[in-house]
Design a protein around this ligand. Structure first.
Ligand code: GDP
Ligand code: PGA
Ligand code: MN
Length: 611
């Protein structure tokens, strides 16, 4: 079926790939857009769409000298973060979505959403965005096609993923052999003839739905990054984790960095922290210890497969950074600042200064006056924050000065160490080394963190966030733990990455961070590497190996010995209080909890002297 729109729009395009064309026609017939455009990824297209967004009031063009080719957007105040309570894994069997995901029967969900999608693009243009997560030259390129009625999404997708005509041509060359994830997105705000659009169209009713068996995504009602840029969390984590389970690899919520020692030894590290817990910052770390260097490979997602040499290789499937703005500055993350200052970026829900630059809490040069993300006058005396806590910059990864050359290698980089971590005010020491892969898997499976503004809901509540994947595991989390254990069992143990657990966020009695964090985290990376090399000392504690105060390089660090000891402390009483929480967490999984994890918990209890 072909809609009239395809004939009338000059930029209609289309594809020789019959299956893809049929799906696009089917969606157009259901959603009834006024126009259809196939996204090419050209500069002219970017210019045309950003101009359209400026005209619509969605974008404000920023000061060309300060942020060339960059734009400011403020969302609807109700559409600022991922909506975990509206996110579903619609597997055929409910048990395959597990105890941590929302579930609905896939047919029931499709019926419900077809009702919402019917006519939902009226008065708008439907964009078809061919994209690939990872490299188009990969052995099995991970294609996707996102259909969206949001120009904001088209522009942001171009930054975050490899999109456009080159990808489409490759899909067409591969013909029916090209596997792609169909990803449908609508803001859910049809326009009647003559109806004036709002700056940020969205719908109070939201659904972010993954159909794992069909490798398909349907998203409705939100324009926010994690809900709408479907290559990111929906594909590269939720759908990809299911593919990874079936094919024997890992799709993880991890940054990837390259660490170079003063002796020019190179190590690759992956780290999983929940959203807004420090991935982007660690990925671009500027080490404070002399002679050590960091280069970036990725800040959010790692796809990891075993290579022929038995090592675990990681690839970053993304093409941009979608970073938390507040707290980012020349001191905490100079590399991010340099990246965004080159321009070609989109800033959402930060403050707009009077000279049309952007500002957020924690950035240098506090303006005397600005317009807040809510569109209100803001001064340093204002009670409300200028920027939403989950405001974001969206910027091309290739603009990052410290991007490692290996970013371009489809094979990826061999990982030496995996870090898990979260935000905990108490209990969890600065760094702990696991005894082995299974113990590391236990650390990951019991990872805990205080909730952040990256998802809607209460902030600061401690919850279990296994491998920082709680909102992103596309199947039963018990089976996911088993998958981790199985991969370790089948591998050569001497080649497996060593697993560590970190906490940059422990507080003192006054509530201040004990550890200065950011660039100083290089000291923890150094300790971990020296542990791999058998060079650094550690004390054995009930929870694993932690540094002796002497083994952690604290030279030049402005911290008292007492504070260093407090940051490293393992307090058995605090840990005893964790046990019931871990037991409650594990109880959710019933017989899908791998026995090995129960054995680990029993061992921890025995070491703590808990009954
Ligand atoms: P991501 O969402 O996991 O990528 O997290 P980000 O790296 O964007 O950081 C989220 C927030 O945590 C930002 O406000 C950062 O400034 C802050 N943050 C990141 N690393 C550290 C750290 O080492 N110490 C402290 N105290 N805050 C940090
Ligand atoms: P992040 O993810 O906070 O892990 O960077 C972005 C999101 O929540 O959509
Ligand atoms: Mn991030």
């Amino acid at each position: 079926m072909t809609t009239e729109a395809t004939h009338t729009d000059q930029r209609a395009g289309g594809t020789t790939h019959a299956g893809l064309q049929a799906w696009v026609d089917e969606v157009a017939a259901m959603t009834t857009p006024d126009h259809i455009e196939w996204v090419t990824g050209s500069d002219a297209e970017w210019t045309r769409l950003t101009e359209k967004l400026v005209e619509a009031g969605t974008f404000v063009r920023l000061n060309e000298e300060k942020k060339p080719n960059s734009f400011y957007a403020a969302s609807d105040p109700t559409d600022v973060a991922r909506v975990e309570d509206r996110t579903y894994i619609c597997s055929v069997d409910e048990k395959d979505s597990g105890p941590t995901n929302n579930w609905m029967d896939p047919n029931e969900m499709k019926d419900l959403m077809r009702g919402l999608y019917a006519g939902c693009m009226k008065g708008r243009t439907m964009y078809v965005i061919p994209f690939v997560m990872g490299h188009v030259e990969a052995e099995n390129p991970m294609f996707g096609v996102e259909i969206t009625d949001s120009e904001y999404v088209v522009v942001s997708m171009r930054v975050m993923a490899r999109t456009g005509v080159n990808v489409l041509r490759r899909i067409e060359e591969l013909g029916e052999n090209a596997k792609y994830v169909p990803a449908l997105h609508s803001v859910g705000a049809p326009l009647e003839p003559g109806q004036q659009d709002v700056k940020w169209p969205c719908n109070p009713e939201k659904y972010i739905v993954q159909f794992p068996e069909e490798r398909m995504i349907w998203s409705y009602g939100s324009g926010y990054g994690g809900n709408a840029l479907l290559g990111k969390k929906c594909y590269s984590l939720r759908i990809a984790s299911v593919m990874a389970r079936d094919e024997g690899w890992l799709a993880e919520h991890m940054l990837i960095l390259k660490l170079i020692s003063p002796e020019q030894q190179v190590y690759y590290i992956a780290a999983a922290f929940p959203s807004a817990c420090g991935k982007t910052n660690l990925a671009m770390l500027a080490p404070t210890i002399p002679g050590w260097k960091v280069e970036t490979l990725g800040d959010d997602i790692a796809w990891m497969r075993f290579g022929e040499d038995g090592r675990l290789y990681a690839v970053n499937p993304e093409f941009g950074f979608f970073g938390v703005a507040p707290g980012t500055n020349e001191h905490t993350n100079p590399n991010a600042m340099k990246t965004i200052n080159k321009g070609n970026s989109v800033f959402t829900n930060v403050a707009l200064t009077d000279d049309t630059d952007i500002w957020w809490e924690g950035l240098e040069n506090t303006p005397a006056h600005a317009t807040s993300w809510k569109g209100q006058d803001w001064t340093p005396d204002s009670e409300e924050l200028s920027s939403h806590a989950n405001s974001r910059y969206c910027t091309p990864i290739e603009q990052c000065d410290i991007l490692a050359d290996e970013y371009y290698d489809p094979k990826g980089v061999p990982i030496s160490a995996i870090f898990f971590g979260g935000r905990r005010k108490t209990t969890v020491p600065l760094v702990t080394e696991s005894r082995d892969w299974i113990h590391g898997t236990f650390m990951g499976a019991t990872l805990s963190s205080e909730t952040t503004a990256a998802a809607t809901g209460a902030v600061g509540v401690v919850r279990r966030d296994p491998m920082a994947m709680l909102p992103f595991i596309g199947y039963n989390a018990g089976d996911y733990f088993q998958h981790w254990i199985n991969l370790g069992k089948d591998a050569d143990a001497s080649k497996l990455p060593k697993i560590f657990y970190v906490n940059w966020f422990r507080r003192d009695e006054e509530g201040a961070f004990l550890w200065p964090g950011f660039g100083e985290n290089s000291r923890v990376l150094k300790w971990a590497i020296e542990r791999l090399e058998g060079k650094a000392a550690a004390v054995e504690t009930p929870i694993g190996h932690v540094p002796t105060p002497e083994s952690l390089d604290t030279s030049g660090l402005d911290m008292s010995d007492a504070d260093i000891a407090a940051a490293l402390k393992v307090d058995p009483e605090e840990w005893k209080a964790e046990i019931p929480q871990i037991e409650e967490w594990f109880a959710k999984f019933g017989d899908t909890l791998p026995t090995q994890l129960q054995v680990e918990l029993d061992g921890l209890k025995a070491r703590l002297g808990v009954e």
